[in-house]
Ligand binder design. Structure first.
Ligand SMILES: Nc1ncnc2c1ncn2[C@@H]1O[C@H](COP(=O)(O)OP(=O)(O)OP(=O)(O)O)[C@@H](O)[C@H]1O
Length: 706
């Protein structure tokens, strides 16, 4: 629906028609039309002669800016003369780049004349790993039962929290310890994490490297107060639209509070009951205090998404979560459905069938259906996508970060890279080799791959060469089939030729191998768009790694070894940010629940999978960090208790339930299983709340009959 087709609400008209120089704070529930009104207002401003490039649209994360970028794409702006849609981190990075000479020395960089290198998550993990792994060998982090990747990301998380909440990162351990006064084991972990963070920061300052926390800190502490920088920003931007203020972090709010009086106009949009990015430092209190800085306040009360029935369901289920005695509204019943199953696969089959019936019998567009769960495991995603495919229904799954290592296509490419570079002395085990064969030769089954692999590959072979298909005994050749044998031989010849020549950087190797072998007819990547896109992202990830590691410029070949080493140790390509594509009407969305909340895409029907799982309620265990204790609200020296855990989990579930239902216009279908994927019995708090709602609705009916 384009904006021309909408009848704007009174509040939307008020926002759109407010005088051009106004500073307005709009608040309301999600789905009351705030973003739509803001997009419209910016277009009205541009139509009235305000230069588009003087409008800054600030969002807490890129997905939340999609409505703006999509709308601006429809308008023909001159190149460079369009509104800027950015996060404060993005803006900060640009400023650091631009004003580097002004700030490098003052910020403590030891080689201020060298240009800054901005680290990605992976390159930051790489440098941090070089500090942390030797310490692990010495016995650090022994009591933390988490994998290396999570260890690294929690140390980086502490640095990020300090930067965005606004405290000295060297105080992190003291803050955490004061919340657990009687837990020496935790104290040791916090101190060790702190020591790693300190060494990492020292290394970054010595080598002009900036991870996210340092970018943010340099911008906030050293550039924001500089008259030259402020002058530049004030000349460039005169109008601010700040959407989803409640999902942003305190330092962004501080900066905006100081900036507001200097701007010509501002429109700030606040979602009530939001703050889902708490893990990343989002702070609803500091965000709401911005209301005082705006002369005009507008409240939108009416959701344009929910029906009266889903609105009631939202309030009734939230009451059950919080165990408040509230008599439900009978119409809630029409907006919810429950389905119970013994086992996980039955639940998946049933969900797929229900979706097929919604699409085929009730003409619900697939894009108006979302399947949500707290986490999206590979097996869950895989089974659901497959079941839907059997019904000819397209789906789109999105996880904000995925491990490339988990992608079979990426593992396959990296296995061949190891075989192509014997000097690295990284020999895949026979199982990895067999999987690579299955992933590579189109139509090769497990048994044939096993036969072929057993004969042609041995990790013990000193020269690392692969055996030839033609030396295999004819009856076995027949079993493997000559067609697959020829394909294997062409692959082997390619690798042999590569090994005979000068090796190239890993990303170059991967692109060539993909282009010249894997994507050719007869190989499994041919016409396989998903595998191709994984290959592309892997190449990009290696490339970014090579470019982000300055010493790699001199030794590009070592980078390949380092990269693979990190992958093998479980560090990365542990995570990459999947580009988020805006939702389309022809594919069912399959997403983690919190990711869905950040896509700004309401739907008609939601499926909540396995509501008995405690993951709907419980925070993931983070032994080295803590989102609440490291927030501004948490008083120093106040102990964190089990009751705090319980209360925050309750509050988070209530917020999640409300947030999801407020993005649903017709029905929520809640599914549960007795025994989950890992064989556990399921009866978590969301399930208990749902059961309590059923009881309350039933007793209401009982009362009616009486
Ligand atoms: N005047 C209107 N009439 C009908 N539908 C509308 C109107 N304004 C917006 N919508 C639709 O309502 C939905 C929510 O709108 P919008 O995203 O602008 O709300 P919001 O308050 O910004 O929500 P969120 O906080 O989730 O971003 C969208 O699907 C949008 O197309």
């Amino acid at each position: 629906m384009s904006n021309q087709d909408l009848y704007f609400t009174a509040q939307q008209i008020e926002i759109n028609q407010a005088p051009l120089q106004s500073k307005i704070f709009v608040e309301g529930p999600p789905g009351c039309g705030k973003t739509t009104a803001a997009v419209q207002r910016s277009l009205t401003m541009i139509a009235s002669g305000i230069p588009a490039e003087s409008i800054l649209v600030l969002v807490p994360q890129r997905t939340l800016g999609l409505h703006y970028t999509n709308a601006y794409r429809q308008v023909e702006f001159m190149p460079g003369a369009e509104p800027d849609v950015v996060t404060l981190g993005g803006l900060g990075q640009r400023m650091v780049q631009l004003f580097w000479p002004l700030v490098a020395e003052r910020a403590g960089f030891q080689q201020p004349l060298r240009p800054p290198t901005f680290l990605t998550l992976e390159t930051a993990q790489y440098y941090l790993a070089r500090i942390v792994f030797p310490l692990i060998e010495k016995g650090y982090f022994q009591s933390a039962v988490i994998n290396k990747n999570r260890l690294l990301s929690q140390i980086l998380d502490n640095l990020n929290k300090a930067a965005v909440v606004g405290f000295d990162y060297q105080q992190t351990s003291a803050r955490l310890k004061s919340a657990y006064p009687n837990d020496p084991a935790k104290h040791t972990l916090f101190d060790q994490a702190q020591e790693c963070a300190q060494q990492f920061r020292k290394y970054c300052l010595a080598h002009h490297l900036l991870d996210f926390s340092l970018q943010y800190e340099v911008f906030h502490r050293f550039l924001w107060g500089e008259p030259a920088v402020r002058g530049y920003l004030n000349q460039r931007y005169r109008h601010l639209i700040f959407d989803n203020v409640e999902e942003d972090v305190p330092i962004t709010h501080d900066i905006v509070a100081q900036w507001l009086p200097e701007l010509d106009s501002a429109l700030l949009l606040y979602d009530q009951q939001g703050g889902y990015r708490l893990f990343l430092g989002a702070d609803t209190l500091t965000s709401h205090s911005l209301a005082r800085m705006c002369a005009q306040q507008i409240e939108c009360a009416q959701s344009l998404v929910t029906s009266p029935a889903t609105e009631s369901l939202q309030s009734d289920l939230a009451a059950c979560v919080l165990r408040e005695s509230q008599s439900p509204d009978p119409q809630s019943e029409t907006a919810v459905e429950f389905s119970y199953h013994h086992f996980f696969p039955q639940m998946i089959d049933q969900v797929a069938e229900q979706i097929a019936s919604l699409v085929k019998d009730q003409a619900v567009p697939p894009g108006q259906i979302a399947v949500l769960s707290p986490f999206l495991s590979d097996s869950l995603r895989f089974s659901l996508v497959n079941r839907l495919q059997e019904h000819n229904i397209a789906s789109r799954s999105h996880r904000p970060s995925r491990s490339l290592r988990e992608e079979p296509a990426a593992r396959c490419l990296l296995t061949w890279a190891q075989i192509a570079h014997p000097a690295w002395q990284m020999k895949p085990d026979p199982e990895e080799f067999r999987s690579a064969l299955i992933q590579t030769l189109d139509g090769l089954d497990w048994l044939r791959a096993h036969l072929l692999g057993q004969i042609v590959y041995s990790p013990n072979r000193a020269d690392g060469e692969l055996g030839s298909f033609y030396q295999i005994k004819p009856p076995i050749q027949d079993r493997i089939t000559h067609l697959q044998g020829q394909r294997y031989e062409a692959l082997r010849a390619w690798l042999q030729a590569y090994r005979a020549g000068e090796p190239v950087a890993l990303d170059v190797f991967l692109s060539r191998f993909f282009g010249e072998v894997l994507s050719q007819p007869g190989y499994a990547f041919h016409n396989n768009m998903e595998a191709a896109s994984v290959a592309y992202r892997l190449v990009e990830s290696v490339q970014k790694f090579r470019r982000g590691v300055p010493e790699a410029q001199d030794f590009p070949l070592n980078t390949g070894f380092d990269y693979l080493n990190m992958v093998n140790q479980g560090v990365f390509a542990a995570q990459y940010l999947q580009p988020y594509q805006p939702a389309s009407d022809d594919a069912v969305l399959i997403m983690p629940a919190y990711t869905f909340l950040m896509t700004n895409h309401p739907v008609r029907v939601q499926f909540w999978l396995n509501i008995g799982s405690r993951n709907w309620w419980e925070r993931i265990d983070q032994p080295l960090t803590h989102p609440y204790i490291l927030s501004r609200e948490w008083p120093s020296n106040q102990p964190w208790t089990d009751a705090d855990d319980w209360n925050t989990n309750q509050k988070a579930l209530e917020r999640l339930v409300r947030g999801l239902i407020r993005r649903c216009s017709e029905k929520v279908i809640m599914t549960s299983v007795e025994i989950d994927e890992s064989g556990q019995e399921q009866k978590g708090p969301l399930m208990q709340a749902a059961q309590s709602l059923v009881r309350r609705l039933n007793s209401l009916k009982g009362a009616e009959h009486d």
